[in-house]
Design a protein around this ligand. Structure first.
Ligand code: KG4
Ligand code: ZN
Length: 342
């Protein structure tokens, strides 16, 4: 079969995304974000996100058709994120995908959002045709995956036991009086600060924790340590050194993320690490991953920022791999699964 033309729909969090790909070639990637609506709440409000998806879905579909110069009648299949994510938000994308599949008699494929974050790299750097490791870091997830086959064989090696990495950035930014979403602001402040100014903790890195949590993460203790530091400075009547706190906090997060991801690759005989999710834009994380990967003889693949954050092209890219392998379509009863495993 020639490369399949696939429409992908993403609505698991606060981005409504529609992408169209032909195999590993991206033809369209239209994204409408509701992030501005969540700013005053300091985080994504599920009900607000669901409503925004409803309003954005049809215009985003039309934008994608126009970008690609194709009609929905032309596509070979429709792929949609069916989990993990916010249930109400997922349901909007799943309902839209079902409606298109029924109306145009197209096969429907429910796919996993996390695996989509890895598959999207194919649109930038070509097909992943050997076993790879993946580090996914965003406001909603923090995972290390082992990918033997992008469509059929993905294993989760580790995840966060409390906050996601991006969530930690957002919460610490708030403590420092920086706007939401806080990651880019911390990244910028940190450039003027010292990574060693404050010795923040690196959770789950001690021998006794590694036995049970070798590739897992924990960031809530780190966030509390930042809160205690800020309160202490205020009690002492000192101005909080925002740049130093940002740099030291950021280093604590990126040190653990990069060390565990590289170790997972080495322990599993993997030569390539794919990094994805919004936090992959972080300067310190990229530098540490590059430095440690190069020392370990690993190749790092990081898609450009617009493909690292949630989008529809990542879902279309994964859908195309599922179609290529001739796997059976999903039922039209396809449910949304907020905690869907990989
Ligand atoms: O993938 P994404 O756009 O949405 C989901 O959460 O699914 O990721 C957004 C997260 C936010 O927590 C944001 O603060 C974080 O990514 N982020 C960053 C940077 N840019 C975005 N975190 C650290 N450094 C950055 N440069
Ligand atoms: Zn995501």
């Amino acid at each position: 079969m020639s490369e399949p033309l696939v429409l992908g729909i993403e609505s698991s969090c606060d981005e409504t995304g529609v992408g169209i790909v032909r195999g590993t070639e991206m033809l369209a990637n239209a994204v409408a974000s509701s992030v501005d609506l969540h700013v005053r709440f300091g985080g994504v409000v599920p009900e607000v996100a669901s409503r925004a998806h409803l309003e954005a879905m049809v215009p985003t579909l039309e934008q994608a058709y126009a970008q690609a110069g194709v009609r929905v009648e032309d596509v070979d299949a429709i792929a949609v994120t069916c989990g993990p994510g916010l249930t109400g938000a997922l349901l909007v994308g799943v309902a839209a995908a079902k409606a298109l599949a029924i109306a145009h008699d197209k096969p429907l494929y429910g796919v996993n959002h996390l695996v989509g974050h890895v598959a999207v790299d194919q649109l930038e750097h070509g097909r992943l045709d050997e076993r790879v490791g993946a580090l996914l870091v965003s406001g909603g997830h923090t995972e290390i995956l082992l990918v033997d086959d992008i469509a059929t064989d993905v294993t989760m090696l580790g995840t966060t036991i409390d906050d996601a990495a991006g969530e930690a950035f957002d919460k610490v930014a708030r403590l420092l009086g920086l706007p939401y979403p806080g990651g880019p602001h911390i990244d910028r402040e940190a450039q003027r600060g010292s990574t060693t100014a404050i010795p923040f903790p690196r959770a789950l890195t001690k021998d006794r924790d590694l036995q049970r949590h070798r590739y897992d993460f924990s960031f809530s203790g780190l966030k509390s340590a930042v809160a205690r530091h800020v309160q202490h400075e205020q009690r002492m009547g000192r101005e909080v050194a925002v740049a130093d706190v940002a740099a030291s906090f950021q280093d604590a997060v990126c040190d653990v993320l990069s060390a565990k991801a590289i170790e997972a690759c080495r322990a599993n005989d993997v030569d390539t690490l794919v990094v994805g999710g919004g936090v992959a834009a972080n300067g310190r994380l990229r530098a540490l991953v590059e430095e440690r990967a190069s020392a370990a003889g690993l190749t790092v693949r990081v898609p450009r920022p617009g493909l690292c954050t949630d989008n529809g092209a990542m879902i279309a890219a994964l859908g195309a791999e599922v179609v290529r392998r001739g796997l059976p379509p999903s039922s039209l009863d396809l449910p949304a699964d907020s905690s869907m495993p990989v």
